[in-house]
Design a protein around this ligand. Structure first.
Ligand code: EZ4
Ligand code: CO
Length: 409
């Protein structure tokens, strides 16, 4: 069946989302997420100006061929803008194929390997008492695994820490991309962070015991030596993983970290291709791959990452912040169910406004996510609701050290 049309929907129900919709000649529509936080319009243009004109008249069933046509045919390979655009096409075509088959997508990917995908939520606090309340609220909301991020004495705002107490755990209100004309700036001090974080995990373990899976995100801010020290200092608290300790593009940096700590390591949310993982996987430097369907070339690109990871006994931990749209989240959940080497799925709930625009069939029960049984992805886009929330520029923050030097954020 041929592709009849494709269009790009940019909407901002509290935060910006870019969605590609493909329609076939027999009237099926598929959705793909192309949201790149803080650089949304670049992907919208890549799709609208350079890809949509190529899609009309192509065979909607030829998913792998279309992936290769856009990847190899574009000549300029990889990169977050290109791969988010290819991802959106890929996911929309999988959505269509699964609808045509009358099956939820996970069935076409091989069927379910498990009853649901273990999800982790984000607890945070400006100080330790606030953090402990946030962990408690997340447990009450049903989470069985929890990421822990904490304020650091002397720093005003720190990555991953909500500006106000974390409510009833119903929603995590930390949104790093602010709707301002220029990025906000934050201050960073790695030494203060390294002194403080072990005391945070000591307090959380003392309060909640040894069994609760705990995660932490270092957000690319450490040198290999600093990261090795952090990993060692957290070993007594038995983390599920320590994420993004060093800047991700330097794969070899994790050699030194790995030699010095048994804390499990996760990396890859800023990666967009299996080629970003060859050293990390080939040398067994990590335990979890963090890419998303949205940023790593769709179900097709992400499956390549997961299959290579499986060769080395490495498991999935797909990126699932609110800047992955409900379309991207649904695609992740179908893969989570279908691949053998699933590890965990990040899950920050979307806002009520976002869920007015995107109606989803996925559900969260007893700490597990399930994509639902609707044919395809199980997500629909409400055009009227989308039009009520027009695009607004938003940027992720920029980090500076005390002397003004720009640092990794
Ligand atoms: O900062 O998705 O693990 N999750 C993260 C996220 C990222 C944002 C950037 O757009 O690191 O919160
Ligand atoms: Co992260």
């Amino acid at each position: 069946m041929k592709i009849h049309a494709a269009d790009v929907v940019v909407t901002s129900p509290g935060r910006n989302f870019v969605t590609l919709r493909i329609t076939t000649e027999d009237g099926l529509t598929g959705l793909g997420d192309a949201t790149l936080n803080g650089r949304e319009l670049a992907v919208a243009s890549y799709l609208g100006d350079h890809i949509v004109p190529l899609l009309t008249g192509r065979d909607a069933d030829a998913i792998e061929d279309t992936w290769q046509y856009l990847y190899r045919g574009g000549y300029w390979r990889r990169g977050p803008v290109t791969m988010a655009a290819i991802a959106a096409v890929d996911v929309a075509l999988w959505d269509i194929k699964a609808q045509r088959a009358g099956m939820p997508l996970y069935q076409l990917l091989g069927g379910a390997c498990r009853t649901g995908a273990l999800a982790y939520g984000h607890a945070s606090g400006r100080d330790i008492p606030e953090l402990l309340d946030s962990v408690r609220a997340h447990l009450e909301a049903g989470y069985r695994a929890i990421r822990v991020q904490s304020g650091v004495p002397g720093l005003d705002s720190v990555y991953g820490v909500a500006a106000s107490a974390n409510g009833a755990g119903e929603r995590y209100d930390y949104e790093p991309a602010r709707r301002t004309a220029r990025p906000t700036e934050e201050q960073w001090d790695t030494a203060a962070y390294l002194r403080h974080i072990p005391t945070v995990f000591e307090a959380v373990r003392a309060e909640f015991g040894p069994g609760l899976p705990l995660l932490h995100d270092g957000h690319h801010r450490m040198t290999p030596l600093q990261a090795a020290r952090l990993g060692k200092s957290l070993e007594p608290y038995d983390l599920f993983w320590l994420e993004d300790v060093t800047p991700a593009e330097d794969q070899a940096a994790l050699r030194l970290v790995r030699q010095h700590t048994t804390t499990p390591l996760a990396i890859g949310e800023v990666f967009n291709s299996v080629h970003d993982y060859t050293t990390l996987l080939g040398e067994r430097l990590i335990d979890y791959v963090r890419s998303s369907v949205t940023h790593a070339g769709g179900v097709t690109g992400m499956r390549r990452v997961l299959d290579l990871a499986a060769v080395y006994g490495v498991r999935s931990g797909m990126h699932g912040p609110t800047d992955i749209s409900p379309v991207g989240m649904a695609a992740a959940l179908h893969l989570d169910l279908a691949v053998h080497n699933f590890g965990i799925q990040e899950y920050m709930r979307h806002s009520p406004h976002t869920l007015e625009v995107f109606r989803t069939s996925y559900r969260f029960t007893d700490g597990l996510l399930h994509p639902g049984e609707e044919p395809g992805l199980g997500v629909t886009l409400d055009d009227e609701a989308a039009a009520r929330f027009p695009y607004a520029p938003a940027y992720l923050p920029v980090n500076r050290l005390a002397d003004g030097t720009v640092h990794d954020w």
